[in-house]
Design a binder for this molecule. Structure first.
Ligand code: ADP
Length: 486
């Protein structure tokens, strides 16, 4: 009675285990008829207990695997056990999936084999994991970057083809060695710092440094280092991705050399320009003085005409040289301002009056703020700016000869706007318009100029704490603005 009680108890426990197992546990007769079917079998194969019991086990075996099943049955008949056999089974929805099965014979009281019990484990996730791992391993192996792992003592534990290519050591030469085989002595401190950060779980991104090849050659690399953790989060080492940046570094070096050379040439040019302008200034002053003396003695109309032509050309040259000298002063930070207080409206009125005299066919409309606007600035330099913009407006408006000048006060700034209806400026030229010697595309063939007026003007405005800008539409006209603090 007691024995019977224990065995009943055991049976209950065993059936509870079968019931709650994660694996499918199935029994079948020797002819393949299914006799038991646990809840996991239903979950894994999709057939309910009612749908499975009494049916042939071929219900879950794909046709191509029937011969294999027959082989399993013949081994079972001989009393053999089949353990962890990986094969393929079919779900109710027809999909095939990997399983690991263990099959054992079931015997009756007379010890004859009457069937088989089968435990099947769904390997789908495990397989995907395994396949993913294989895929990742092949990506790592074939990467052009060096991908290396090391433990916390700095011992190399993995080494891909890229590492072999970049550092020259084969896998067998590198694994088991200390990472210092690729670190130049002057960078060993850096490695200690890296290991320190890795121990704290930090990741280091794109550090540009130097490593050393097997043949002793130093190479610039960009490295990213991340901690390697176990499933429970313990840091056991570091993975390092190193990219050979020799080509980029070489290109940058060359670029720097070219830039430095250009800068030097530019300095020579500036020096030459400054020297040449100074040297030209004196003889020109002498020529001009002599022309003035000549003016007193020439008599005929024809002589006067020649003299005037010569004087006009000398004036042009003098102006150009004076501009070049201004550029040199701006470049060397020596443009000095003579600050005084003056009425900007009065200055405009005077400049416009003079320009109207020399350009009678232009209509210059002056819309000014009522009353005075007193500013503290260099009067001569502000006049130079207004003249430059107005003369440009006239020069670059050969057809529609209407120009409008507006002055207003906004946020403690005097804003001047000079608008013409001339040739306008292409959008791609606008951003360059205030740079030295820049002339818009196509103007050189029609309009004389040197491309320095706007540069000087914008620098003068900047020195006064204001700014200069332009709005323009090609073939429609331009509006040049500048602000000066009141
Ligand atoms: P320059 O007129 O002597 O060439 P600037 O420095 O005064 O030199 O002007 C630079 C360039 O800006 C000019 O060559 C011209 O292409 C363009 N530009 C200046 N003002 C105007 C304007 N009002 N309309 C169209 N283009 C202009």
């Amino acid at each position: 009675m007691d024995d019977q009680h224990i065995s009943q108890n055991n049976l209950n426990i065993l059936s509870a285990i079968v019931f709650s197992s994660e694996d499918a546990i199935i029994s079948k007769l020797i002819d393949g008829t299914i006799t038991t079917w646990n809840p996991s079998a239903e979950k894994i194969f999709g057939f309910s207990e009612r749908e499975a019991i009494g049916k042939s086990i071929t219900l879950i075996i794909p046709e191509e695997f029937l011969a294999e099943e027959a082989d399993i049955i013949s081994r079972i008949k001989k009393g053999e056990k089949i353990e962890h056999y990986e094969t393929i089974r079919r779900r109710k929805d027809g999909s095939l999936f990997p399983v690991a099965i263990s099959v054992s014979p079931i015997k009756n009281h007379e010890d004859s084999i009457i069937g088989a019990s089968k435990i099947a484990r769904d390997l789908t996730e495990y397989k995907t994991f395994e396949e993913n791992n294989a895929l990742l391993a092949s990506i790592v192996q074939s990467s052009d970057d060096a991908i290396i792992s090391k433990n916390l003592n700095g011992i190399i534990t993995s080494w891909n083809d890229g590492a072999q290519h970049i550092f020259g050591y084969s896998c067998s030469e590198a694994i088991g060695k200390h990472i210092s085989i690729i670190i130049p002595s002057f960078k060993l401190d850096e490695e200690a710092m890296i290991i320190e950060k890795i121990r704290k779980g930090e990741r280091l991104n794109h550090i540009e440094t130097i490593r050393i090849r097997k043949d002793g050659q130093e190479i610039p690399v960009s490295i990213t280092i991340s901690p390697v953790k176990t499933a429970n989060g313990k840091i056991i080492g570091a993975s390092k991705i190193a990219r050979d940046i020799s080509e980029r570094v070489e290109l940058e070096k060359q670029k720097k050399m070219v830039t430095e050379r250009l800068e030097r040439l530019n300095e020579y040019k500036d020096e030459f320009m400054s020297m040449a302008s100074h040297e030209l200034k004196t003889p020109l002053t002498v020529v001009k003085a002599n022309l003035q003396i000549l003016d007193l003695v020439v008599q005929t109309e024809q002589e006067k005409m020649f003299l005037n032509r010569a004087t006009a050309q000398v004036d042009k040259l003098t102006e150009l040289i004076s501009h070049l000298l201004d550029v040199s002063k701006i470049q060397s930070g020596q443009l000095e301002l003579q600050i005084t207080s003056f009425d900007v409206i009065e200055l405009y009125t005077e400049v416009i009056k003079n320009i109207r005299i020399t350009n009678p066919d232009y209509e210059i409309i002056f819309n000014c703020h009522p009353g005075d606007i007193i500013i503290k600035a260099d009067r001569y330099r502000v006049e130079q700016v207004i003249n430059n913009i107005l003369i440009n407006a006239i020069k670059y408006s050969p057809v529609n000869k209407k120009i409008e000048v507006i002055i207003k006060i906004e946020d403690h700034q005097v804003i001047s706007g000079i608008t013409d209806c001339g040739i306008g400026i292409l959008p791609e030229d606008i951003e360059m318009i205030f740079t030295r010697f820049f002339r818009a595309s196509g103007v050189a063939s029609t309009f004389a100029g040197s491309g320095i007026g706007l540069y000087i003007s914008s620098q003068i405005v900047k020195r006064h704490g204001g700014k200069m800008w332009v709005d323009s539409e090609f073939d429609k006209g331009s509006s040049f603005y500048f602000s000066l603090p009141v």
